[in-house]
Design a protein around this ligand. Structure first.
Ligand code: GDG
Length: 464
């Protein structure tokens, strides 16, 4: 088995940290198994960039990280990645900022990552680059003479061509993807949009999984990411989870718990979720006192203005809703801006009658899968899921909703609250089958199998 070199923006120890992104959670097991190196940003900022590489080994995962300087963080991370690409790729063209400095900083930092990774890469290594922060990195490694198999995986949606062309120099950015051997997306929908761009904007030709533009042919595939299901089931049966569940149950006094867990991000549809819940309370007085929405939303990207705005909006919505409906012994929303260790989070999922996952756009959404994995098979809760999450294509037995419609959301919550045990069990079993079969190892095999030529198509990876 070839050694795997993973390169991603943040290199962070998976485990109990509060601010865990889906990427960190998913990659940890993949890296441990392949005995690879994880290269990226330490998360630290220094006054002047030194280029010094820090090597570490943490829970069996070797890491090589660099610090970035303030200007890098402003232009590359907060700038091009999170003020330009993230909103645009999540269909929020209204929030996307196009500044030349951002683009310059993005390329400069990618060159820095290429300089960092380049001396670590040996000829037989397989290199796997992750996400929108690092699109041009493969090209930069080619420029440094690396002939390895290099793959790229995008964890967020690929936008429709009509939106993407609003990005200045979009073709320069997308062309760099053709330096990779394999480019992966979570769903057929995102893959389809990518193919459309290649054909319409680049004059490319598509043949099966292969796309040719000029003299470069790449393989473009859909491999939906999964969770470490076994570990998550174990977490939900842990002592810590039981303590948390007990704590929540006692505080609920027999009421039904609805839970949401999301990074505080406008793409997650939190405002729409609060509005849907408000609609439920407005139209169904019999629900008053009988339900509680617990929304866990650890803040993220707080230096970006649009994130400050969504936070202020949610503060005010939660306050208004509680002001309007609370009673001396009932508060309809518990809105929590802190994160919890993984085991405790699993206990919260288990305690909840409903998992409410309502992103407006989401590459995949791991919370939906975690909620399913954490349920008690004998008395499972119901997942209410946005049809705009990549996960909706696999979790078809969730109650799928349009998150822009408060009525649909309210109706789905009512339906979930009234759902008979047999139906809950039936739906849960089907979702759990998917979460078990297409877990994080399956995902890794699906992608790296293509990269190393060991697996010819994702259907074969399924039985691997
Ligand atoms: C990106 C894409 C794609 C959240 N709060 C706590 C906590 N979390 C963990 C969840 C979950 C992860 O963070 C969030 O993952 P998501 O998939 O929901 O969303 P993004 O962070 O936006 O991830 C997404 C993903 O990449 C992977 O490809 O699915 O579409 O946007 O694992 O559990 N974890 C802990 N405490 C918290 O309070 N321990």
């Amino acid at each position: 088995m070839s050694r795997l070199i993973v390169i991603s923006n943040r290199v962070k120890r998976p485990g109990t940290g509060a601010e865990q992104g889906g990427l960190a959670v998913a990659l940890s097991s993949a890296l441990r198994e392949s005995r690879g190196i994880w290269v990226g940003w330490s998360g630290e900022t220094t006054e002047r960039f030194t280029g010094q590489i820090a090597f570490n080994e943490d829970s069996g995962v070797k890491t090589a990280t660099i610090d970035l300087e303030e200007q890098d963080v402003d232009e590359y991370y907060n700038g091009y990645a999170n003020k330009t690409l993230w909103p645009l790729f999540h269909f929020r063209i209204d929030l996307a900022e196009y500044a030349r400095d951002f683009e310059g900083g993005y390329n400069r930092v990618n060159e820095r990552f290429a300089d960092t990774a380049s001396p670590l890469i040996e000829p037989e290594d397989v290199v796997w680059v992750h996400d929108y922060h690092m699109i041009p990195l493969g090209q930069m490694l080619r420029d440094r003479g690396h002939k390895n198999r290099i793959g790229f995986f995008l964890h967020i949606p690929w936008p429709p061509t009509r939106l993407l062309v609003s990005l200045p120099h979009h073709s320069v950015l997308v062309e760099t993807l053709f330096a990779y051997d394999v480019v992966g997306f979570h769903t057929e929908e995102w893959l389809e949009s990518f193919r459309h761009y290649a054909e319409r904007e680049m004059g490319g030709t598509v043949s099966g999984d292969f796309i040719t533009v000029g003299n470069r042919t790449i393989q473009a595939v859909a491999c939906p990411i999964g969770i470490d299901t076994q570990e998550f089931v174990a977490a939900s049966n842990s002592e810590e989870a039981a303590i948390m569940r007990e704590q929540v149950d006692v505080s609920m006094q027999g009421r039904s718990l609805i839970v949401g867990v999301d990074r505080l991000d406008y793409s997650k549809g939190l405002e729409e979720r609060f509005n849907g819940y408000a609609r439920l309370l407005k139209d169904n007085p019999e629900c008053h006192r009988n339900v509680v929405l617990l929304q866990i939303a650890p803040p993220s990207r707080g230096e970006v203005e649009s994130y400050q705005e969504i936070r202020a909006t949610l503060d005010s919505l939660a306050g208004r809703l509680n002001g309007e409906y609370s009673d001396v012994d009932w508060t309809p929303i518990r809105y929590v801006n802190q994160g919890y260790p993984r085991d405790r989070l699993a206990g919260v999922y288990r305690a909840a009658r409903i998992g409410l996952v309502t992103p407006l756009r989401d590459g995949m959404n791991l919370v939906a899968k975690e909620y399913v994995a954490a349920q008690d098979p004998e008395d499972p809760g119901v997942l209410v899921l946005s049809r705009f999450a990549g996960a909706a294509l696999q979790l078809k037995d969730a109650l799928l909703i349009n998150p822009y419609s408060p009525e649909e959301m309210a109706d789905a919550i009512l339906k979930a609250l009234a759902m008979p045990l047999e139906e809950r069990k039936r739906r849960w079993r089907k979702m759990m089958d998917s979460v078990e079969q297409q877990d994080v190892i399956w995902w890794r095999t699906c992608f790296t199998g293509r990269l190393t030529g060991e697996v010819l198509n994702p259907a074969e990876a399924e039985t691997a």
